[in-house]
Design a protein around this ligand. Structure first.
Ligand SMILES: *Cc1c(COP(=O)(O)O)cnc(C)c1O
Length: 236
């Protein structure tokens, strides 16, 4: 048991070192400072014990994409100095639960969801940061609003007393060069900040494309596989 967890800790530490190197290289190439980028460790499908190890390794931001799994894990990790990011598609009836543990919700993609989150946050006496998820391709079912609908949804979030408008989030289109998509996201972000100057978060970049995301202004990268290993199939 002891040996097994020592091994797991070594594995995660090695993954973290590789990811930090990639972020540092991407920052150097883009002329950016490392502290402009928040690394979110995506722990979905991995146990609370991995979050504990990440926390011991000074990772302070953790991402999950399913409420049931996330709420259980956040409960098991109560007391750890980590912030929870909700990054998955979200049903309105999960708003109350997600708001109880999440510090930032990356996947707000419709006014009705923003309104449900606002009601839940107000009821809980919390203020939760929300990002507008932007669809950067025409693939249905991956979440996000088209760029032309971002301003209206952003206004709903900004007007909500229980929410703060953090910025934008996107997932690059599958199997295509991510650079044009991230460039588009940066434009969407710049337009948004004309009206909402504080909404500076650009959540973009995953294990496969974090360097391109950093090159195009990402402030938050969401990294799972490169830190914790390949997830078993079927879970996504
Ligand atoms: C799973 C997930 C990630 C992390 O993906 P990896 O390729 O494992 O780094 C990032 N963003 C979202 C929205 C995810 O669902």
């Amino acid at each position: 048991m002891k040996n097994a967890s020592t091994t797991r800790r070594d594995e995660i530490a090695a993954g973290l070192a590789r990811v930090e190197r990639r972020i540092a290289d991407a920052c150097a190439a883009a002329g950016r400072a490392r502290d402009e980028i928040t690394l979110i460790a995506v722990s979905k499908t991995y146990p609370a014990s991995d979050v504990r190890i990440l926390s011991e390794l000074a990772v302070r931001d953790v991402g999950e994409n399913k409420d049931q799994e996330a709420s259980a894990k956040a409960g098991e990790c109560a007391g750890l100095p980590v912030r929870w990011h909700f990054i998955g598609q979200l049903q309105t009836n999960k708003a109350r639960s997600v708001v109880s543990y999440a510090d930032m919700i990356h996947s707000v993609d419709r006014p009705r969801l923003a309104e449900a989150l606002d009601r839940a946050a107000v009821a809980a006496g919390r203020r939760v940061a929300c990002l507008v998820q932007v669809a950067l391709d025409d693939e249905p079912g991956r979440g996000g609003v088209p760029p032309d609908q971002v301003p209206a949804l952003a206004d709903v979030i900004a007007a909500a007393g229980g929410l703060t408008l953090g910025g934008v989030m996107a997932v690059a289109p599958l199997g295509a060069d991510p650079a044009p998509a991230f460039a588009r996201l940066r434009e969407v972000s710049a337009a948004l900040r004309e009206k909402h100057p504080a909404a500076g978060v650009i959540s973009a970049g995953m294990s496969g494309d974090l360097a391109e995301a950093v090159a195009h202004g990402a402030t938050h990268v969401r990294v799972g596989t490169a830190l914790l290993g390949r997830r078993t199939p079927f879970v996504r």
